[in-house]
Write a protein that binds this ligand. Structure first.
Ligand SMILES: *Cc1c(COP(=O)(O)O)cnc(C)c1O
Length: 371
């Protein structure tokens, strides 16, 4: 057996995106101890950089060890107790996953189902909140990567607060890619992921909790069901000014990578990153329309970093995707759930969001489809 040499791919699927060489170099640096004072300094810098990325002053802002799904579960298990009522909005795969976690916590999910490819309807959201008493938390996805739809989480949060509930926003695909202002929009809790618009390897989930969320956790009557994700325990390691104590061994080299990717975001400027994603997303749609591939999400709800396009008549979509991968080294995503076999999902996230990738992908598709 030989050492593994991955092929050179252009990653234009729903994540992971291509990793900036600077981030790969950072990751390859020597491992030090996870309680080394130099490492603690790095963790503090990461917290500061994450506050910038999330546009927040929340003290409880750090990276959970684990992919976006662990961030999702961390937010939910800390906020809800057996018997809690949680409003979950489902307009794609990830809302459905939140519902499963709520059920496994012994809580009671109240579900709003929205057609896949559409944003969450604020009126329906408000109506459901008013019709059901005792909801303590609302959970929704900002950028639904399974469909390419963007929801107006600023408005949803205003509605939730008018009805005295906290909000958990999934910002796995939105962080760094489209405007997201945790403090200005008053979002109580949010989790993200490292491998989408931050262009880092997968395995870390940035999260942020505001004061109101922390107050609510302090008032719990039952312990958090997960030992690993219990915020009170994790914060003994990641927490503010107190001495850091062992909780689990942090993925040290992954945190080097996250630090570098956040530094790159800061150097570019977050507004510039949002603009670049928007411009490239629009350009991709224009180019795809020239070869008769139409986006399924309407323009004002469309994510620039993930475009779902409907498939041409009579093609073997899996075969086109494998030709793209094997002959052109380009990865795009297949449809999931309701959209399986109906769309391709083309990502332009982080380091992968550039004009060169747009032409490479569109030219390859032209070639394969014989346009
Ligand atoms: C990718 C993704 C997740 C899950 O993240 P993993 O790192 O795959 O666990 C959750 N929500 C959304 C919107 C995502 O795009």
């Amino acid at each position: 057996m030989n050492s593994f040499n991955p092929p050179k791919r252009i990653l234009m699927g729903p994540g992971p995106s291509n990793v900036n060489p600077r981030v790969r170099e950072a990751m390859a640096k020597p491992t030090i101890g996870h309680l080394d004072p130099e490492f603690i300094k790095l963790m503090d810098e990461i917290k500061g950089l994450l506050k910038y990325a999330f546009q927040t002053k929340n003290e409880v802002t750090f990276a959970v060890s684990g992919p976006g799904s662990v961030g999702m579960e961390t937010c939910l298990v800390n906020l809800i107790e057996p018997g809690s009522k949680v409003l979950v909005c489902i307009n794609g795969v990830f809302g459905g996953r939140m519902k499963s976690i709520v059920e496994r916590c012994g809580a009671d999910p109240i579900v709003i189902n929205i057609s896949w490819g559409k944003a969450i309807d604020p009126q329906l959201f408000e109506h459901t909140l008013k019709k059901n008493t005792g909801i303590s938390v609302c959970a929704f996805v900002h950028a639904e990567t399974s469909t390419g739809a963007k929801s107006d989480i600023k408005t949803l949060t205003e509605i939730a607060h008018r009805n005295n509930t906290l909000v958990i926003a999934d910002t796995v695909t939105s962080l760094g890619g489209i405007p997201l202002m945790i403090d200005d929009w008053n979002i109580d809790i949010s989790y993200s992921g490292s491998q989408k618009c931050l262009s880092c390897p997968p395995g870390l989930s940035p999260i942020t909790f505001n004061e109101r969320a922390i107050e609510s956790i302090k008032k719990r009557k039952t312990p958090v069901q997960s030992w690993f994700m219990d915020l009170n325990l994790v914060l003994s390691y990641w927490g503010g000014n107190t001495k850091r104590a062992y909780h689990h061994t942090a993925p040290i080299n992954s945190l080097y990578a996250l630090h570098e990717s956040l530094l790159i975001l800061k150097e570019e400027g977050i507004e510039n990153s949002w603009k670049r994603h928007q411009a490239n997303g629009e350009k991709l749609v224009q180019e795809l329309e020239k070869i008769e591939l139409k986006p399924i999400v309407k323009e004002n709800e469309r994510l620039p970093q993930l475009t779902s396009v409907s498939l041409p008549e009579g093609i073997d979509e899996a075969k086109v995707r494998s030709t793209l991968l094997n002959e052109f080294n380009i990865e795009v995503g297949a449809g999931l759930g309701e959209l399986a076999g109906k769309v391709w999902r083309i990502g332009l996230m982080g380091y992968s969001s550039n004009e060169k990738n747009i032409s490479a992908c569109v030219n390859a598709l032209k070639n394969i489809l014989g346009k």
